[in-house]
Design a protein around this ligand. Structure first.
Ligand code: MLT
Length: 344
């Protein structure tokens, strides 16, 4: 099991900067290599099923987003898409596996903001996100929610802050491993309060949410793509959303800024990657299929119901994801180093 240690106060100011830079990125549109919409069966790529590797447990937010793309991307490419969950070490086990996979377009990685934080968090990371992958495109950006077990004493953000501050020694918070979005958001929350809580890591926030619903842990910060159903169903207590604007599908929740915690502002960008030696025509075919999937009305509606939305078409490109990964890697390294976060 990995353990992270950090200096909470040092993290606060720098993380606020990170968040404000989270929605940048540009990129140009792209065209299919042969002008077609892809499609298999003609001896070209793809002529077999494609696996998208999800670096966290099944049933969690990354898995949910990936499975929404499965059908429309597969239909566009004319092949089945298989989703494989490879959990461990905040998503780095899966990324390492895909970095070393055959560069033929049949093994694709779905990953999120953790792709940009792993190099600073894991000194022995066996791959370089900026060197060992080609980017396919950005997928979505997802708000997070501050949630707790249903019978947790505080009922408002203000009460939450007071309670956690007074009971920091006994409050537990769940996350999906160092570098996972839930881990980063938890650090941000602790940093804002100046406390260090007891971490309980899981293979993903799918199982972490189950533990929270079962009352085995106290608190979590997790993506709306995982928490919306539990919030609507009254299975957990929800305090706030971590975005500057309210989330339409969760209208009763204030933003963290409105609730007096403006420092806890973060959203989770996702992207698709393939091994670095993958041919450009294959990258282009995958990127074109991603664009088609993100324009699918069912994908738009389902993401909307879960508090998220597909990125704009010009962001579902290799250029846009590369730019995002580069800028976020640059942003997070000094923050993590200055905060003294260590994974051992
Ligand atoms: C998951 O899919 O389990 C999450 O994305 C984990 C996280 O990053 O918090």
């Amino acid at each position: 099991m990995t353990h992270a240690r950090f200096r909470p106060f040092a993290l606060l100011a720098a993380l606020a900067l990170a968040v404000s830079a989270c929605s940048d990125g540009s990129g140009s549109g792209s065209e299919a290599p042969d002008g077609s919409g892809g499609g298999g069966g003609d001896g070209g790529y793809p002529d077999a099923a494609i696996t998208i590797v999800v670096p966290f447990a099944a049933g969690g937010p990354t898995d949910t987003v990936t499975r929404l793309l499965q059908e429309p991307m597969g239909a566009e490419l004319g092949q089945q898409i298989v989703v494989q969950n490879v959990e461990g070490a905040g998503g780095t086990v899966a990324a390492g596996e895909v970095a070393g996979a055959e560069p033929d377009g049949y093994t694709v990685l779905m990953h999120h903001i953790g792709m940009s934080t792993a190099p600073a968090l894991y000194p022995d990371l066996p791959y370089d996100p900026l060197v060992d992958f080609k980017t396919i495109g950005l997928v979505t950006e997802v708000p997070m929610t501050l949630i707790a077990r249903q019978d947790f004493e505080p009922t408002t953000v203000e009460e939450l802050v007071d309670y956690v501050t007074e009971n920091a020694d006994s409050v537990t918070y769940a996350h999906a491993g160092p570098g996972a979005a839930s881990h980063l958001c938890g650090l941000l929350f602790q940093s804002a309060l100046g406390v260090t809580l007891t971490e309980v890591p899981y293979d993903g926030t799918g199982p972490a949410l189950t533990a929270l619903e079962g009352g085995q842990v106290d608190f979590m910060c997790d993506q709306t793509t995982n928490t919306t159903g539990a919030i609507e169903g009254g299975l957990v207590k929800a305090y706030a959303v971590t975005t500057p604007e309210p989330v339409e599908s969760l209208p009763d929740l204030p933003t963290t800024a409105e609730a007096g915690l403006p420092e806890v502002e973060v959203s989770v960008w996702h992207g698709l990657y393939v091994p670095a030696e993958t041919p450009d025509e294959v990258v282009q075919a995958l990127s074109d299929a991603l664009k088609v999937a993100l324009a699918d009305q069912n994908v738009i509606d389902e993401l909307g119901n879960l508090g998220a939305a597909p990125v704009a078409e010009d962001q579902a490109t290799p250029e846009a994801l590369t730019e995002k990964l580069e800028s976020q890697t640059e942003l997070w390294r000094p923050i993590i180093e200055d905060a003294g976060v260590e994974v051992s």
